[in-house]
Design a protein around this ligand. Structure first.
Ligand code: SF4
Length: 369
């Protein structure tokens, strides 16, 4: 990619700025690979301000990799609830078990990247921060900074461009102090080289930046092609029997895997929402219900699609529940639902029911779960 910069001066400028005062984040106070790893995974799709309290609660609950490995999946999902992108939590637990089984963390990028849910960038962060290995990082923040430093005017998600960016990341890496350097670069992306409005006027590496010289910093990185998210109508049943409500557990793999929810699913073409609820409850649990009034409408956006969820009150008619199209089921008193990890849309249905906000529906919100 041949950025043609004075690399030693670039590193020195960056590190001097970092040392002069960076944010005091809890994972910066440790070189424990377990803690570094948990923070990196939490930060993958979530903002720092959101992560800090989750990180502290998670580590109070699972203080060591052994305690995480010994936990059951539901406990881990419960501790993760609200962070979204639940595959991260399942991978974290699976990787903890792998680490315990092999007697400790791998110390190099290749070994770390073989752990479930650990990509090359996360492996690079752990190897450099915890073990001082000279391995580069290319997370979202670093990718943006590098695109601007080298004035890369192509979509960085394209494989060929991504390969060049990795090569540049390796070229610029400070091999003498890779952990501090990687944290400094991530900090620069998070606090100065911001997505919409890069603060070039106070940037410690502005003199090395080609995009700034060309006056195109705010136009980079090139955004991905616009896409319209598909939308699905979903109907779910709040099925009552003897003061208890019926919940189903999603299969362990896939979107929101292992979480509990009100039974339901996507409306088929030409189907009424009421017919959809009755069919879905039957297909998931083998139970017949009478569908009553609509209790709430919740709109929710996932990464790749949007849903409008219609929740209907249902009266149980017949059939003992069986896990036909789900992983498990329970009759639960409403006050005990808090103990079950649930996707955010389901929590919002509960909130709508408790608050009596009915079909007006809470505001739409983007999130991973
Ligand atoms: Fe980012 Fe501006 Fe600094 Fe370049 S000069 S790295 S665009 S903040």
């Amino acid at each position: 990619m041949g950025v043609g910069m004075d690399r030693p001066r670039f590193r020195a400028d960056l590190l001097a700025w970092y040392d002069a005062g960076h944010r005091d984040l809890p994972w910066r106070r440790t070189r424990d690979p377990y803690r570094v790893w948990v923070s990196e995974v939490m930060l993958q799709q979530t903002r720092v301000e959101t992560v800090v309290p989750f990180y502290e609660r998670f580590l109070a609950r699972f203080p060591t990799v052994a305690s995480l490995a010994a936990a059951d999946e539901e406990e881990v999902l419960r501790a993760w609830e609200g962070l979204g992108y639940y595959a991260r939590a399942r991978h974290l637990r699976a990787a903890a078990r792998a680490v315990v089984a092999r007697g400790g963390f791998p110390r190099d990028v290749e070994g770390l990247a073989r752990l479930p849910g650990v990509g090359r960038s996360t492996a690079g962060a752990i190897a450099s921060i915890a073990f001082g290995r000279p391995s580069a990082v290319l997370d979202g923040n670093v990718r943006r900074v590098l695109c601007r430093l080298a004035a890369v005017a192509e979509d960085p998600r394209r494989p060929a461009v991504a390969r060049r960016l990795w090569a540049l990341a390796e070229e610029l890496l400070d091999r003498g102090d890779p952990g501090r350097y990687n944290q400094a670069l991530m900090e620069l992306g998070a606090t100065v080289c911001l997505p919409r409005d890069p603060a070039c006027g106070r940037c410690p590496v502005a003199r090395h930046c080609r995009a700034r010289a060309l006056g195109i910093a705010a136009d980079l990185p090139v955004p991905p092609p616009r896409r319209v998210l598909p939308h699905h109508e979903v109907a779910v049943g709040v099925v009552w029997r003897d003061g208890q409500v019926l919940i189903a557990r999603r299969p362990p793999q896939g979107l929101l895997g292992g979480l509990w929810e009100f039974p339901g699913g996507k409306r088929a073409a030409g189907e009424s929402l009421e017919a959809c609820v009755a069919r879905e409850v039957r297909e998931e649990l083998g139970v017949e219900v009478a569908v009553g009034e609509r209790l709430a409408v919740v709109r929710h956006a996932y990464t790749h699609f949007r849903v409008t969820v219609h929740a209907f009150e249902c009266r149980y008619l017949r059939g003992e529940p069986r896990a036909v199209g789900c992983a498990d089921w329970r009759w639960v008193r409403p006050e005990a639902l808090g103990a079950y990890p649930m996707p955010r849309a389901n929590r919002r249905i509960l909130a709508a029911l408790a608050g009596g906000s009915g079909t007006g529906g809470p505001e739409a919100r983007r999130g991973g779960g």
